[in-house]
Design a protein around this ligand. Structure first.
Ligand code: AMP
Ligand code: MG
Length: 418
């Protein structure tokens, strides 16, 4: 920080000195670069090219300085300017602190703006610990707190959760209700049956049989089967198995932002492979992020307005491949089969948890029903890409995106008035 102050002072002093001498810095450089005759006399000089203009001008007092002196002055000014610019560039770098941390097998990139290196390293080490706790407590198949809870549900026993799991259950119950059951984190048993409890994609081989799928569906797993009593959870339905794969990243990003704020950091971006939340700005410009496109690349980019979450769910990254048929990892809880016809959904809202859950729910809703589900969740910034690459956008989303390609675009209103 000290060198920022120093370099700004130097630049200011330089400008002040030149202004005081009534010689603009730029003009001074130009004059000295032009071969001025060492014998120049005060008076009218021949035409000298300054900034591309042929211009006669009156030789000022400085022009009568000895040639060597003028070159020395110029050299010292240029050196000072270069030093100042280097120091200012270093300041810029100092303003941004970043780290890459791991959680749920995903790299989370965190960038802070305006925090000191000490504040940043303190924040990053606390967040790394938080992420380790989330991984341990929220994992759907590695033994830990959530698998203990699921075992207790299967045996009809109560289980002790923690406040974050209780919060995810509570919010999931609301979102399951408003999406007509399309988002349903109680279908862990179905996700396991499909073989999606793995980090090694793609998985291969035939899908489960309809009989196996129906056996689970007949028992109607729902997050609303779970009763919350303080930190204690109990399920009426033994087939309920929680899988927070569709919501955990969003909630993790929210908790990260909340913790950064508690530490007094107000400019940050937390990015889990394109799913992100940002607060504040990147200095004097807003944070700018890309919106992912199915199959790689970007639809375009968006300037983040203050505090926003941007989440994309796709059917193209994690799937089961059986010969020529691909079965994506997002399941329709109503049929037990993978959701079809939408390749990706991007949501912008002010909360990671809602954006994440909603992106999953809208994929399940499909091309016909997604506007209705978006309306039920009170979301107005949505982009949907179908298998053919057509981009369907709400008017509010269309205004936000600076498009990078020439994909076919269709505007779809989700409000009843549109
Ligand atoms: P996302 O990548 O955020 O769309 O979440 C997908 C993950 O959520 C899957 O890997 C499953 O763990 C889980 N999941 C799959 N289908 C659903 C669903 N219909 N509702 C809630 N979670 C689901
Ligand atoms: Mg999701």
């Amino acid at each position: 920080m000290h060198h920022c102050f120093f370099s700004l002072c130097c630049l200011w002093a330089l400008v002040f000195r030149n202004v005081a001498n009534k010689v603009p810095v730029a003009v001074e450089i130009a004059q000295a670069v032009v071969p001025v005759s060492p014998n120049a006399q005060p008076g009218i000089n021949p035409a000298i090219n300054i900034w591309g203009q042929n211009k006669d001008f009156e030789v000022r007092k400085e022009d009568s300085l000895p040639y060597r002196h003028r070159v020395l002055t110029l050299t010292s000014n240029i050196t000072l300017i270069i030093v100042c610019l280097i120091l200012l560039a270093a300041c810029q770098r100092d303003q941004e602190q970043s780290a890459e941390l791991f959680v749920f097998g995903t790299i989370i990139e965190i960038k802070l703006w305006g925090a000191s290196p000490e504040e940043a390293s303190h924040a990053f080490s606390e967040l790394q610990q938080m992420f380790q706790g989330m991984h341990r407590d929220w994992h759907a198949w590695e033994p830990g707190r959530l698998t203990n809870i699921n075992n207790a549900f299967a045996q009809g026993r109560p289980a002790t959760a923690d406040k974050d799991i209780v919060e995810m259950v509570r919010r999931s119950q609301q979102i399951e209700a408003s999406t007509g059951g399309r988002f349903n984190p109680a279908i862990g048993e179905l996700v396991r049956l499909w073989g999606f409890h793995t980090s090694d994609y793609p998985i291969t081989g035939p899908p489960p049989s309809q009989l196996q799928i129906s056996e689970i569906l007949e028992q109607k797993p729902s997050s609303t089967d779970i009763h919350i009593n303080g930190l204690e959870l109990r399920s009426d339905n033994p087939v309920v198995q929680l899988d927070f794969g569709g919501i955990a990243k969003g909630y993790a990003v929210d908790l990260t932002i909340a913790h950064l704020r508690e530490l007094g950091i107000s400019n940050a971006i937390v990015n889990a492979g394109g799913d992100l939340r940002a607060i504040g700005s990147h200095g004097d410009r807003p944070w700018r992020v890309a919106i992912r496109k199915p199959g790689g690349g970007n639809i375009g980019s968006v300037q983040v307005n203050g505090d926003e979450a941007i989440f994309t769910s796709g059917n193209y990254e994690r799937f089961r491949q059986d010969k020529t048929v691909r079965y994506p990892h997002i399941l329709d809880p109503n049929t037990g089969w993978p959701a079809k016809d939408i390749a990706s959904v991007t949501i912008i809202t002010d909360e990671g948890l809602l954006a994440d859950a909603a992106a999953t729910a809208l994929i399940v809703a499909g091309l016909e029903h997604w506007p209705k589900v978006a309306r039920a969740l009170d979301l107005d910034q949505v982009a949907v890409v179908d298998e053919a690459g057509t981009v369907y956008l709400t008017p509010e989303m269309e205004k936000r995106i600076q498009f990078s390609g020439d994909a076919n675009r269709v505007i779809v209103g989700v409000n009843s008035s549109q």
